[in-house]
Design a protein around this ligand. Structure first.
Ligand code: SF4
Length: 462
């Protein structure tokens, strides 16, 4: 499954816009007919016998000290501590309301702090957050838990790693993006290689099991040679996982990106060359291609899970714990509990207001139909494993695959003719040349994309 072949022609033909499928249906389908009442009903049902799953908690901490110009996250750049404290007070109110919805015997296997910059907060503040979560939920502590935090290397010192580990975190992801000074200055995110290296060394010495680094290609002033140099230096750090994201320049949607001069961006063919060189370098260095933008060492549990056919996908990307009910706290956070998605309001003021009125701050969401659940499973299988076994789907969902997916099988035929997939006796497999194009294969099974207008709302596949 992990073999990968770079085919420029196929990428140019199939690399249009498409969802990342961290959920299906995607957030585009969420609507305001779904609210607090519907979310509460789904949570209650999730506690029932045969449907009970372990829990995963995500906390969105939306504050940053400075603005990275490429950023498309829901964040607030502020030094106004009163505002930050107000947010945390209301986050704790949401924690109390959410905890009351779940049977207290359910175990939290996975915890993730994202943002914004979670390390905007010091260890005492993060400790208070973890203490409160631990008071309200049963946190797993047998060594199999996955508690992770996103780290901005500019906001924490190496001495801060041991205290983070002592709080219970055992995985971290570090935003690096690019190591060249000129690129860093153009996106207003200057951080030294030495700092990143020292943080990783300190994290490993403290006991962190997995270190993941994020890089971005397509940033201003990047060239094949400059990104190659970044990758060379990154490889000396031996990260367990690497995420290599494609920068999508959408200044009309993301205000921060207006601070980037489009004339400084590498063009589409340079970006493809950068990607090509990066994949060649990472695979030669022993990294396995997981899918989408993710690479990992063969010892990493993502690779192990993929080899066992157990890899899953959720809002944090690829995961080994996606079968949990996901409870997400904070502005814009999306929960996935039982048969629903539920998204919180995006504005901090509205979030606080709703909680002051005693409401869960749900803005919109979606109850999944049987068809949604079926297609979600098919799409996740393609995104995680690059193959589909028709009989397995038929058996799991009690249907005749050919009858149900007749139109999709027809739509797959040209992809097979073009060499993205290969049919076999059991179903089909994505070819090494199709591995970078998992999204267009999965999109065949996306009922909502039949409305062509929806495609325009997503980023480019490559
Ligand atoms: S990239 Fe991260 S640190 Fe930078 S502004 Fe966005 S959320 Fe904040």
């Amino acid at each position: 499954m992990n073999e990968i072949r770079f085919d420029t022609d196929l990428i140019e033909r199939y690399g249009g816009r498409g969802p990342r499928y961290t959920s299906y249906p995607t957030a585009v389908q969420f609507h305001d007919g779904f609210g607090e009442t519907e979310y509460r009903r789904q949570c209650a049902a999730s506690n029932e016998g045969s449907e009970r799953r372990p829990l995963s908690i995500y906390v969105h901490l939306p504050f940053c000290e400075s603005l990275c110009y490429y950023c498309a996250c829901n964040k607030e750049v502020t030094r106004n501590r009163a505002r930050v404290e107000r947010y945390m007070t209301h986050l704790y109110s949401e924690l109390d309301l959410q905890a009351a919805l779940f049977d207290d015997t359910r175990v939290v296997e996975q915890l993730h702090l994202g943002g914004g910059s979670p390390t905007y907060f010091d260890t005492d503040e993060l400790g208070e957050l973890i203490r409160r979560i631990g008071e309200r939920f049963r946190l797993q502590s047998d060594g199999n838990q996955e508690f992770s935090i996103e780290v901005d290397p500019r906001t924490i010192e190496p001495e801060g790693m041991a205290p983070l580990y002592a709080l219970g975190f055992n995985r971290l992801s570090l935003g690096v993006q690019d190591l060249e000074q000129r690129v860093q200055e153009a996106v207003n995110r200057v951080q030294s290689f030495a700092k990143t290296r020292d943080l990783i060394d300190a994290a490993r010495a403290s006991g962190f099991q997995s270190v993941s680094l994020d890089l971005i290609y397509g940033l201003p002033h990047q060239s094949v040679a400059s990104f190659d140099a970044t990758i060379d230096r990154v490889l000396t750090l031996k990260p367990d996982r690497l995420a290599i994201y494609n920068y999508a320049h959408l200044p009309q949607m993301f205000k921060a990106q207006r601070l980037i001069d489009a004339a400084d961006l590498p063009d589409a063919s340079a970006k493809l060359e950068i990607l090509h060189g990066t994949i060649a370098k990472l695979t030669a260095a022993g990294y396995e291609y997981i899918g989408m933008d993710h690479f990992a060492l063969p010892s990493d549990e993502l690779v192990v899970a993929q080899n066992k056919g157990e890899l899953q996908r959720n809002f944090q990307g690829y995961s080994t714990h996606a079968r949990c009910d996901l409870i997400s706290l904070g502005v814009s956070a999306i929960s996935h509990v039982h048969h629903c998605y539920s998204q919180n309001v995006k504005s901090v003021n509205r979030y606080c207001q709703l909680l002051e009125q005693g409401h869960l701050p749900v803005e919109r969401g979606l109850e999944l139909s049987d068809d949604d659940e079926l297609r979600a499973s098919v799409i996740e299988t393609i995104m995680c494993h690059g193959r589909l076994d028709f009989a397995a789907v038929a058996q799991s969902f009690g249907l005749d695959f050919g009858d149900y997916f007749g139109a999709e099988l027809e739509a797959l035929a040209p992809l097979a003719d073009d060499g993205l997939i290969k049919f076999d006796d059991a179903g089909f497999e994505v070819t090494p040349a199709g591995r970078l194009l998992l999204r267009p294969v999965a999109m065949v099974f996306d009922r909502y994309l039949r409305e062509e207008a929806n495609k325009a709302r997503f980023s480019k596949v490559i």
